[in-house]
Design a protein around this ligand. Structure first.
Ligand code: XIL
Length: 355
C-alpha cells in the first residue's frame, strides 16, 4: 500500500493510490461544514506579544496554533550576515510549546523582507549555498517543534498572465525556477518530520488572474512531485477583499485538484481588507464576517483545511491599516478582535468552523 504521507511521495504514486480507491491523506473531501474541529491559528507580532497581556491571554485561551508573524523571516534572523538572531522567534516558540500550541513556521524563502546584504548578492553559487545553510540552520533548529513550514512564500508572479509565471526577485533572478526545488529539498533534509508548504495570496476569487495563479501553483507542485521532492501542502493566505467576493466554484476546483495530488490545504493569513466598505462600524463588521463565512463555507464544502490562521488577532496590530489605507479617516477592522481586544462578528464566524 502506498504511504500517502511518505516524504518520497511522487505524483504517479498518488494517482495510482487514488485510482485504487484510496482516500488522499489529510484533506477529507465532500463535507459541508467539517465534521471534526479545524484548529484555529494566530500569527503573532512580537511587539504586542511582549507588551500586551490581553494578547497573550487570548492566545492561551483560543489559539490551537501559533505562527511567528515576522520573527522567522530572513530580515529578522539574519540582520547581520555573520550571525543568526533567534531571540524573537525563540520567545514566541517557547510560549507556544509551553502552552501546548502547534507551531507553523513562516517563511524560509521570500522575495521580500530580506536583509540588505542578501539582496546585494550577485553570484548564483553563493546564493545557493546561503539558502541551503539558512534552511539547514533554521529548520534544523526547530525540527520536532515546528510542525509545518512555509518553505517558499509568494513565488508566483502577481499576474502570471502579463508577467510570466514566476515572481521576480533575488531568488528567481539568480537561481531561476530551481530556487523552489532547492528550498524544498533543503527543508526536507533539515526537518524530516515537518510538513512542507508552498504559501501564496490571491487564490480565492474567480478572476482570470487568480485562475492563472492557481494553475502556476499546481504546476509547481507537480514538478516537485515528479522530481521526488517532498511537498505536503498549499497555504492559502486568504487576505480577502470584501469587495471581490469568493470564487466558490473556482476555489473548490483548486482544492480538489490539490487533494487529488495528495496535498493538504491550510488557511495561513486570513484577514479582510475593508478599505472599500462603508465606514459605519457595525455594517463594516458584519460585511467582514460575511466575507469570512462565504470563504470558509466554500472551502470546507470542498474539503477540510489543516487549520485556519488569522494574520494577527486584534485590529490594534494589522498590516492592513498601512498597506490598504482607507480614503476616510476610519481605522481598518480586518481581524477577529477589535482594538480593545473585544471579539467581533468575524471571531464568532471563525468559531463556527474551528469549534
Ligand atoms: C507582513 C507583516 O504582517 C508585517 O508586520 C510586516 O511589516 C510585513 O509583512 N504576506 C505575507 C506576510 O506572507 O509575511 C506579510 O506580513 C503580509 C503579506
Amino acid at each position: 500500500m502506498v504511504n500517502l504521507t511518505s516524504n518520497r511521495l511522487t505524483r504517479r504514486c498518488v494517482l495510482q493510490g487514488i485510482a485504487a480507491g484510496m482516500v488522499a491523506n489529510g484533506f477529507a473531501t465532500g463535507g459541508a461544514i467539517a465534521a471534526s474541529k479545524i484548529p484555529f491559528g494566530v500569527a503573532v507580532h512580537l511587539d504586542p506579544f511582549r507588551q500586551e497581556p490581553r494578547f497573550r491571554n487570548l492566545l492561551k485561551k483560543h489559539a490551537d496554533l501559533i505562527v511567528p508573524m515576522n520573527a522567522l523571516k530572513w530580515a529578522s534572523l539574519r540582520y547581520d550576515r555573520d550571525k543568526f538572531d533567534f531571540t524573537g522567534a525563540d520567545e514566541i516558540i517557547d510560549f507556544a510549546l509551553q502552552h501546548g500550541k502547534s507551531i507553523h513556521g513562516h517563511a524560509l524563502l521570500w522575495y521580500h523582507a530580506n536583509p540588505k546584504w542578501l539582496d546585494a548578492i550577485r553570484s548564483a553559487r553563493e546564493l545557493e549555498r546561503l539558502l541551503a545553510q539558512h534552511i539547514e540552520q533554521v529548520a534544523g533548529r526547530y525540527e520536532g517543534k515546528i510542525a509545518t513550514w512555509d518553505v517558499v512564500n509568494e513565488v508566483v508572479a502577481h499576474d502570471p498572465l502579463t508577467q510570466g509565471k514566476w515572481r521576480r526577485g533575488i531568488w528567481y533572478d539568480l537561481l531561476g525556477p530551481r530556487h523552489v526545488e532547492l528550498a524544498f529539498a533543503a527543508a526536507a533534509r533539515a526537518a524530516p518530520s515537518a510538513r512542507l508548504f508552498i504559501n501564496d495570496y490571491d487564490l480565492e476569487d474567480d478572476s482570470l488572474r487568480t485562475e492563472a495563479r492557481q494553475t502556476a501553483i499546481l504546476q509547481i507542485v507537480r514538478r516537485l512531485q515528479d522530481k521526488n521532492i517532498p511537498i505536503h501542502g498549499v497555504g492559502l493566505q486568504a487576505h480577502l477583499y470584501a469587495e471581490r467576493g469568493i470564487g466558490r466554484e473556482n476555489l473548490g476546483k483548486f482544492v480538489r485538484s490539490l487533494d487529488a495530488l495528495g496535498l493538504e490545504v491550510a488557511v495561513t493569513e486570513l484577514d479582510v481588507i475593508d478599505w472599500k466598505l462603508p465606514a459605519d462600524r457595525d455594517r463594516r463588521d458584519r460585511a467582514v464576517a460575511a466575507t469570512v463565512r462565504e470563504f470558509l463555507e466554500a472551502l470546507t464544502s470542498a474539503g477540510q483545511p489543516r487549520n485556519v490562521t488569522t494574520w494577527g488577532l486584534s485590529d490594534a496590530n494589522s498590516w492592513v491599516k498601512e498597506t490598504f489605507p482607507r480614503q476616510d479617516s476610519a481605522i481598518a477592522r480586518p481581524l477577529p478582535f477589535d482594538a480593545n481586544w473585544q471579539p467581533k462578528p468575524m471571531f464568532h464566524e471563525i468559531k463556527k468552523f474551528t469549534g
